[in-house]
Design a protein around this ligand. Structure first.
Ligand SMILES: [Zn+2]
Length: 184
């Protein structure tokens, strides 16, 4: 019995499809060749996610205080979550908003295993945008992190930090005391 692959639209023998107990036909909708080529793309994108972070923490100054504390092997636990979002991303014809993104739950912490989640690009962007309705709108998330980091590790006054970032002292005080930018 032949079956048409819903991906490549080619009619193939049932042995060209993997078994899927959950489906009516008992077979997957996509043929083995299509599943394999999808898996290769998935693997490549997943790998690229890790490698990009590894590169940034080593070479990008903005990431210099963020350690990457897990290995490529440990990162595999995120593969199922990544795959779910990745499938939706591919189905959307690679809509940028749905691109899977590796997010640090707490932006003050580094890339640590218990501080990682996989979310879409648009969710990640929304996380960064939150707080823009307050008077600190000219600051971006990275600067907010830097302000808190400076006040924690150095004995700059709030006034000095405010001067560095071109904002008011009250604004810096609110950031440090988490009255604003609470989500970071
Ligand atoms: Zn196919």
């Amino acid at each position: 019995m032949n079956k048409k692959c819903s991906k490549c639209k080619v009619e193939k023998s049932s042995t060209d499809f993997s078994k899927n107990k959950g489906s009516k036909s008992g077979l997957f909708a996509h043929c083995k060749v299509c599943v394999q080529s999808y898996n290769r793309v998935l693997d490549r994108h997943f790998r690229r996610g890790y490698v990009t972070i590894d590169y940034r923490v080593k070479h990008d100054l903005r990431y210099q205080d963020r350690a990457l504390t897990f290995t490529w092997d440990q990162f595999q636990i995120f593969k199922p979550a990544y795959k779910l979002l990745h499938e939706a991303w591919v189905r959307s014809a690679y809509a940028r908003a749905l691109c899977p993104s590796i997010d640090r739950i707490d932006n003050l912490r580094g890339y640590e295993l218990d501080n990682i989640q996989i979310i879409t690009q648009s969710e990640n962007a929304r996380k960064d945008r939150q707080g823009t309705d307050c008077h600190t709108s000219k600051l971006v998330a990275f600067q907010v992190e830097t302000i808190r980091w400076l006040s924690k590790h150095y004995d700059f006054t709030q006034y000095e930090i405010a001067r560095m970032f071109g904002v008011g002292q009250a604004c810096v005080g609110d950031i440090i005391n988490r009255k604003t930018w609470k989500h970071i």
